[in-house]
Design a protein around this ligand. Sequence first.
Ligand SMILES: Cc1cc2nc3c(=O)[nH]c(=O)nc-3n(C[C@H](O)[C@H](O)[C@H](O)COP(=O)(O)OP(=O)(O)OC[C@H]3O[C@@H](n4cnc5c(N)ncnc54)[C@H](O)[C@@H]3O)c2cc1C
Ligand SMILES: NC(=O)c1ccc[n+]([C@@H]2O[C@H](COP(=O)([O-])OP(=O)(O)OC[C@H]3O[C@@H](n4cnc5c(N)ncnc54)[C@H](O)[C@@H]3O)[C@@H](O)[C@H]2O)c1
Length: 465
Amino acid sequence: MTTHIALDVLVIGWGKAGKTLAAKLSATRKVGLVEQYATMYGGTCINIGCVPTKALITSASRHVDSSSTDADYFEKSVAHRNALIEKMRAKNHSMLEGKVLLIDGKARFSGPHSVVIEPSNADDSSRSTHDSIDESAAESITVSAPIIIINTGAVTRIPDIPGTDLPHVYTSTSIQHAQPFPQSLTIIGGGFIGLEFATMMNDFGSHVTILDSSDVFLSRLDRDVADKLYDTMTAQGIEIISRARVEKISQADNGQLTVYTSADAFTSDAVLLATGRTAATANLNLDAAGIEVDSRGSIVVDDHLRTNVEGVYAVGDVNGGPQFTYISFDDHRIVLDDIIGNGTRVRSDRVAVPTASFVRPPLSSVGMTEDEARAAGRNIVVKKADIADIAVMPRPKIIGSPEGMAKFILDADTDEILGAVLYCVDSQELINTVALAMRLHAPASMLRDGIWTHPASTEVFNGVL
Ligand SMILES: Cc1cc2nc3c(=O)[nH]c(=O)nc-3n(C[C@H](O)[C@H](O)[C@H](O)COP(=O)(O)OP(=O)(O)OC[C@H]3O[C@@H](n4cnc5c(N)ncnc54)[C@H](O)[C@@H]3O)c2cc1C
Ligand SMILES: NC(=O)c1ccc[n+]([C@@H]2O[C@H](COP(=O)([O-])OP(=O)(O)OC[C@H]3O[C@@H](n4cnc5c(N)ncnc54)[C@H](O)[C@@H]3O)[C@@H](O)[C@H]2O)c1
């Protein structure tokens, strides 16, 4: 038997943008939200992304002070991670309960404004990219709504090589409760996920090797910054190999895995696949609605995040934009403005969007690199320093983390900041101040001459600018 429900708004997927839109729109409209896995209430960020990984990274950084074995300490850290996200998941559910019709199940389009929701009885997501399911819709439901917001996120891209389905070949999700703890780990991919898990697992006591296919390490950064990161991470014990053409993974009788590249072979207890994440559109039956996707499977949207089908929006990772929680959160503002505002807010208005990678110390950046500014023909001044050499900024030395560097690219004529990289303790906070200065077109001298608390990492501005 199929139940039919008519709503004003249906949100598919419990992502950051979708849950925020559902809560806000429910004040005036009949809103439903469908999520395929009960273990994913609240979405990727709180269940398998930002929050659990930063909890594990923090725990791992404290392992040096513990007397536990690596395996025991990892197990305790995973238990702490689990308890934390369980609370956040329950809170996410209770915040929408009673306001939004919450539907368990897997959604697929049956027409431009109609969706079929099927029970999803098992975690069939590829390569355990999501945790397992423990609840589902009992029967299929059809929902019709004039407004549908697709917020299904992204899933791990599995490289097309033999051996990715072997035991102990993990994704960023499954490695968060790896069993047994791998004393050695080969990571395929040296992007955000590869670097953060390298830091984490190295700190937990694993011997980590990163294999990345790019010609140079961290090609999006200036070479001086990438070299500093390379030197710091290798000094921490992490091996980094660029230009690695991975061909296959095989398993020996003792369970150990070997990753073969065109040039070499790397043997370890486990392998992590960290070669990017692809928009989760495969199961949505978008053809039935006539919704356009690009060659990478991401949903095509305009500047207002509208798809080519009237009333249907795509928000978060699924629309092919930058894959960050704060971008998904900003997507919600654009769609909210289109639905109940004056429709002027657009994606292309975003300026100075910062990023932070939680390696040790964190690596944060905003705006142009020096190479990009020079290639654009800008008249620039570069200000940079090693963190250990900044006398007016003692905080990194006080807390025992004096590594890293700070680099600012300034417009030589206006003194405006064109870009910055902060590879230092607290940089995930500092970079937001730089981004704000950029948005306000404030001169760098305003940060340089600012009166900041002491001892604080903010003094990097006094010392370098
Ligand atoms: C390991 C890791 C670490 C990360 N760390 C950070 C970080 O530190 N900072 C940061 O900003 N970003 C980080 N990210 C990226 C960030 O998590 C994502 O960009 C963000 O969560 C995207 O959210 P979203 O709104 O696109 O949807 P998501 O939160 O991904 O939600 C999509 C939801 O849709 C559900 N779904 C999918 N298909 C269907 C369907 N057919 N029917 C019903 N439900 C469906 C999924 O189960 C999922 O719950 C990290 C990602 C990963 C994987
Ligand atoms: N702190 C954060 O904000 C944070 C943390 C984790 C993830 N994320 C988000 O999640 C997204 C996905 O992360 P990711 O690290 O999987 O993707 P990524 O795009 O950041 O990095 C993928 C890396 O894999 C390499 N690669 C691709 N194919 C390869 C192959 N066959 N062999 C070897 N190397 C290969 C690429 O050169 C690249 O360096 C990121 O783009 C980011 O937006 C953000």
